[in-house]
Design a protein around this ligand. Structure first.
Ligand code: A3P
Length: 337
């Protein structure tokens, strides 16, 4: 029972015996269930710290995703939109931070505080809205934490902090995650054995994936976006691929950084789209040869960047089982993939 795992938010130390048995789920480390979702012991510690100490500010923008839903793309786009005033010359991007810094460093994940404790943004008690080295007009913060487990101040209606959620169809999310986990397992937990697609599929199907179950994660944010559309914007990776201009306009408007008619006319939206495109980011030196936290090669965050790659991997039986599962889990929500 996941509720048995809920703590009252007053503890700081981690007692894994309370979190139930760990499982070799679809993650790079052993996963534990915490407040109904699965993550590693280190991540639970970071999430507890976040829940207990993070103070949301009015201008904060939270970027929420499940791993492998295009988090890095959303980070780049949001950073590009919010900071365009600082880098206004569309044909002269040579000083743009996205050219030399990984989106993961410009917009760090709060969930991995244990991996980057020195990052100024991750000082949860700090209230200054100038969090990182670049002069961002607001704090951009990323998280994989499910909606119900976000720090309370983020959800507080009196605080005008906003949340953008990006989801991706379950099949592509699963394939992207399976390939990624097999690449990071040797680095993260010294485990050189790779997980077969069959084993990985069963874990995903059972919901035992990082920050999953998949359906609980998407439904948590979906429900909130329906009830509070001014607080939560729900985007889909597939829509961003299909109609980037429309989606990016929607994103900018929601975040409070709408494009002016003049900006639209002069091609600012197209510039941001190409600055953040898969091909462009993938081929930058920082993303080709850099490392995240001196640990993970940045290039593995840029694999194919396509919709429908799952067709190259999933058997008809897997497709059928996943379809049925999603139908059952998403029933009545009006969310479709
Ligand atoms: P694939 O493995 O299917 O290629 P995350 O950032 O949440 O880890 O998601 C990673 C996925 O997003 C990977 O998917 C990656 O290739 C894709 N991706 C990274 N940058 C992208 C971009 N600029 N545009 C579209 N997809 C991108």
């Amino acid at each position: 029972d996941t509720n048995n795992n809920r703590d009252n938010g007053t503890e700081t130390s981690l007692d894994l015996s309370k979190e139930g048995a760990g499982r070799h789920g679809l993650g790079s480390n052993i996963l534990y269930q915490y407040q109904g979702f699965w993550c590693s012991a280190d991540e639970i510690q970071s999430v507890k710290d976040f829940q207990q100490n993070f103070k949301a500010l009015d201008a904060d923008l939270m970027l929420a995703t499940l791993p492998k839903s295009g988090s890095i793309w959303l980070k780049a786009l949001a950073f590009g939109i919010v900071n365009r005033i600082n880098y206004p010359n569309s044909n002269n991007y040579h000083q743009h931070p996205l050219l030399t810094v990984s989106p993961h460093d410009l917009v760090p994940f709060i969930d991995f505080k244990h991996l980057h404790p020195d990052h100024s943004l991750l000082d949860f008690t700090k209230t200054s809205p100038t969090p990182h080295d670049h002069d961002s007009p607001c704090r951009l913060i990323a998280t994989h934490v499910p909606y119900p487990s976000l720090a309370e101040s983020i959800k507080n209606p009196a605080i005008n902090c906003k949340i953008v959620y990006l989801c991706r169809n379950p099949q592509d999310t699963f394939i992207s995650m399976w390939v990624f986990m097999n690449k990071v397992r040797p680095v993260m937990n010294n485990n050189n054995s790779s997980l077969s697609i069959d084993e990985a599929f069963e874990f995903f199907y059972e919901g035992v994936s990082q920050f999953g179950p998949f359906w609980d994660h998407v439904l948590g944010y979906w429900k909130e976006s329906v009830e509070n559309p001014h607080k939560v914007l729900f985007l889909k990776y597939e829509d961003l691929k299909k109609e980037p201009k429309i989606q990016i306009k929607k994103l900018a408007e929601f975040m409070g950084y709408s494009f002016s008619i003049e900006e639209e006319r002069s091609g600012v939206i197209e510039d941001i789209i190409s600055l953040c495109s898969f091909e462009h980011l993938k081929n930058l030196d920082v993303n080709k040869n850099g490392y995240w936290q001196n640990l993970i090669e940045s290039k593995i965050y840029f694999r194919k960047g396509e919709v429908g790659d799952w067709k190259n991997y999933l058997t008809p039986l897997m497709v059928d089982r996943l379809d049925r599962l999603m139908e059952e889990k998403l029933h009545g929500s009006r969310l479709v993939f």
